[in-house]
Design a protein around this ligand. Structure first.
Ligand code: ADP
Ligand code: MG
Length: 698
């Protein structure tokens, strides 16, 4: 591994830590702990205050607790499939508790003859005839621990296989003792005081062996702040670099009057205040000589298309081409239809370029684009990866950000003579904090207002036994001429099984409660052409009830559909429920969404309650972040950005905002961190995972 005499003491191999030899070091390697730095930055998963442990006699089933007891007996017996079950009974002066372990044969060696004390952490449950704890975390109490550690909060680390807790603790202790004080704080003192964070060496000591809960929290704050600042410095640098890139300064400001007039001529409605503000932000970006790099967040139905159209209008009137890229061909077509309606009447050509176009047609379209005539082209992401020539490309609008990464940005750069302006639109509201972490390199606009005249969707949560009553109740709306969606959940990864489940619901409804209506089925196993026909008939209003799996999640727009019934709604995540519900409430009629669910978990109940309570996508996204964590909310492509060791986007958001402000000030003063004052901050960026994800556009 690393060399003991390396100039960086933190790179010292763990083998050289006091109390750790080559053999024990091998165990630490299993946890990914190779150097002293790894150990110092290995945050305990929790801490135990062993001064106040509950007595076994007072335990009640259901609680997650730490208990302490003397080992009374050890027994193992074979289980099915060559596995082994170990039962260790412990006791204190108030009672007995069985610890059971499934298939951990190595326990015999460490506990077979042990008659001393141990601590165990786990969930207490009622066993066959006594209380027990299944597969607890456990640890022997050695005599020396008593004197040394029991007066404090004891760190408990995440472990693997047979790596013992005491080993990590020993390594941490010696790393803290001999190395923490050698860590150089990259922050100048005055900066640290202004930012109100503790010294780094202090934080590294307190995170492992805190003197109090309060000190632990302060230590955590400092380490989380370092991570946030590292990420923000990187994103801010990237943003600054893009700012230096040569772009097109579209002549927008000197013809603002004309543009406004044309915009209101082409739109059949007046912009909402939020749309108007965002159009202003976009237009002023377009006017700048550096390329725009802006994210527009707006809930389903907030009117992002109008904003995109306004941006395209300005670019086309300046003599350039604008491209809109959608995540799927169906959505591309839908955008094309909408934009065609808006732009063609004012003389702006709109082209659709998707894979399924006929060869000759495609060729002709490409030829027209290659001529560089000012206009708009709509397609999927293939637009920029294929050989399509768009010589006067001035603006790229990207619908749904998740699939737009570094590679595409690079492709874009290769495509056009000058770097085009980029506008990313997303209907998945992302909590502010998360957006800052993931898109700190973008400017962000929010359309936080829905067009007037929408009646908010009413949402209800009903238990399964009331399902038939719900379906019967919905007949009233069909009688009034409305249409309804029935959504069946994905049961697992197997599309066939999911399709079958939807088929069953379809059979039940079409031969039962809705036998007198036209009911159709839509699922992922159907041929694309069949799917399209089913959708078309629903759009036309020939079908009254559409039973489907989540394939309708995005982009379906049938304003006459005003009721959605979601079966086993607790099987869906919040973001998905919100997207689904966005399919109704698109017309003038009062819409209803009924969640049929008997949730079995606290989380499931919570999700139903939130959906009933609010239709605000940002509120829902915030709750989602709390329930699921940032990685899941941001999507896998972005999870590297939010994969922090210490920082937690759900709880440390103020700290993140603070770090972003600081990073922007620092980069403004010293873009490349070259000064003596700021150079040390580079160390915060080195380990930052985003290096690969948003590599420099070069
Ligand atoms: P998004 O893409 O943000 O989900 P759309 O752009 O598709 O939303 O707009 C949703 C619907 O609202 C469309 O039918 C659109 O014509 C309409 N709309 C958009 N902006 C306004 C507005 N300012 N006033 C009235 N209707 C609007
Ligand atoms: Mg510009």
């Amino acid at each position: 591994m690393s060399d003991r005499f390396s100039p960086d003491p933190l790179s010292t191999d763990v083998t050289y830590l006091k109390g750790i030899g080559p053999k024990l070091a091998n165990s630490l390697y299993k946890l990914g702990l190779h150097t002293v730095r790894d150990v110092l930055y290995y945050e305990p998963r929790r801490y135990e205050d062993r001064r106040n442990l509950p007595k076994i006699g007072n335990l009640t089933p259901g609680a997650a607790v730490t208990v302490r007891g003397r080992v009374i007996s050890y027994a193992d017996r074979p289980a099915r499939g060559g596995k082994v079950i170990v039962k260790v009974m412990i006791g204190d002066d108030t009672g007995l508790l069985d610890l059971t372990f499934f298939n951990q044969p190595w326990l015999k060696k460490s506990l077979g003859d042990y008659k001393g004390e141990l601590v165990a952490f786990g969930v207490v449950k009622m066993g066959y005839d006594s209380l027990e704890m299944a597969s607890p975390e456990w640890e022997k109490i050695e005599e020396e621990d008593e004197a040394d550690e029991f007066a404090r909060l004891v760190p408990v680390y995440g472990l693997k296989e047979s790596v013992p807790q005491w080993l990590v603790r020993t390594a941490a202790k010696s790393a803290v003792e001999y190395f923490a004080s050698q860590v150089k704080d990259p922050f100048p003192d005055d900066f640290r005081r202004v930012q109100k964070v503790q010294r780094l060496p202090w934080a590294l000591r307190q995170i492992h062996f805190p003197e109090s809960e309060e000190f632990r929290n302060k230590a955590h704050q400092r380490l989380a702040y370092d991570e946030f600042l590292g990420l923000q410095l990187k994103l801010t640098q990237q943003r600054a670099e893009l700012g230096h890139e040569a772009g097109i300064a579209f002549p927008v400001l000197d013809r603002l009057g004309e543009l406004r007039a044309e915009l209101s001529q082409m739109l059949p409605f007046k912009l909402t205040n939020a749309q108007d503000r965002v159009v202003g932000e976009v237009w002023s970006d377009l006017a700048k000589p550096s390329p725009m790099n802006r994210l527009v967040q707006g809930d389903v139905g907030s009117g992002k298309t109008a904003v995109a159209a306004a941006a395209m209008l300005a670019v086309v009137r300046a003599g350039y081409q604008a491209a809109l890229m959608a995540p799927t061909e169906i959505l591309a077509e839908q955008h094309a239809t909408n934009l065609h309606r808006l732009l063609t009447p004012i003389g702006i050509p709109v082209e659709l370029l998707v894979g399924k176009l006929h060869g000759a047609l495609k060729k002709a379209t490409k030829a027209r684009l290659a001529r560089g005539v000012p206009g708009v082209v709509i397609g999927t992401h293939a637009l920029i990866t294929e050989d399509t020539e768009i010589p006067k490309l001035g603006l790229v609008v990207i619908d749904e950000q998740h699939r737009f990464g570094v590679l595409q940005r690079k492709a874009l750069r290769d495509k056009a003579a000058v770097f085009p302006d980029v506008l990313v639109m997303t209907a998945t509201p992302i909590p502010r904090t998360l957006a800052m972490a993931v898109y700190g390199d973008l400017d962000i606009s929010v359309i936080d207002e829905l067009p007037p005249g929408r009646t908010p969707i009413r949402t209800f949560w009903k238990p399964r036994p009331e399902r038939d009553a719900v379906y019967r109740g919905a007949r009233k709306f069909i009688e009034e001429g409305r249409q309804i969606y029935v959504v069946c959940p994905m049961i697992g990864d197997n599309e066939k099984v999911n399709a079958q489940a939807a088929e069953e619901v379809f059979q039940r409804l079409s031969t039962g409660i809705y036998a007198d209506y036209t009911v159709e089925l839509l699922h992922g196993q159907m041929k694309p052409a069949d799917k399209e026909m089913v959708m078309e008939r629903f759009r036309m209003g020939t079908t009254q009830v559409l039973v489907s799996t989540t394939v309708i999640e995005v982009g379906v727009d049938v304003p006459n559909a005003s009721v959605m019934i979601i079966e086993d709604a607790d099987r869906f995540g919040l973001a998905q429920l919100h997207q689904l519900r966005g399919r109704v409430g698109r017309g003038a009629h009062q819409s209803h969404c009924v969640l049929v669910a008997d949730p079995t978990s606290e989380d499931g109940r919570k999700r139903m309650e939130i959906m009933v309570e609010t239709t605000d996508g940002f509120r829902i996204a915030d709750e989602d972040l709390k329930l699921r964590g940032p990685g899941a909310v941001a999507g896998t492509a972005q999870s590297g950005h939010v994969d922090f060791r210490f920082a937690d986007l759900a709880t440390d958001s103020l700290l993140l905002a603070q770090a972003q402000i600081a990073a922007r000030e620092i980069i403004a003063q010293d873009p490349l961190l070259e000064s003596d004052r700021w150079r040390p901050l580079r160390s915060l960026m080195a380990g930052s995972k985003i290096e690969t994800e948003i590599a420099k556009v070069a």
